[in-house]
Ligand binder design. Structure first.
Ligand code: FES
Length: 111
């Protein structure tokens, strides 16, 4: 599945990068910006950020279930991040604290 059409980044690319990130000591919070940098890509339009956040955390859960990343590290990351997804009437709002979007702001909101 294509997550970022500007950079042609797929969910499989994201999963591979997450394994690399979590193999390092003191793994940082896997924000879309960090994941894209690990892929040597840069955000362009940022339209993919809400989907990228969803895919990152969905893949973290899958990697944890398969034992490919430490569940204690995942728990630590979840403590650091609060992801709030509200769906109302076809509109979606995603807020990620500590995100590093292309604009450098701390939260991302898409309605
Ligand atoms: S769709 Fe990802 S930066 Fe444009």
């Amino acid at each position: 599945m294509i997550v970022c059409s500007c950079n042609v980044i797929t969910d499989a690319h994201i999963e591979t990068v997450l394994v690399d990130i979590f193999s390092k000591p003191d793994a940082p919070i896997p924000t879309p910006g960090l994941v894209y940098r690990e892929l040597s890509k840069r955000m362009n339009c940022c339209g993919c950020v809400p989907l990228a956040v969803s895919v990152i955390y969905e893949r973290l859960d899958a990697l944890e279930r398969r034992g490919q990343i430490c569940r204690f590290r995942c728990a630590n990351i979840r403590d650091k991040l609060r992801l709030i997804v509200n769906k109302t009437g076809g509109k979606q709002t995603v807020t990620v604290e500590a995100a590093d979007s292309c604009s450098g702001v701390g939260s991302i909101r898409r309605i």
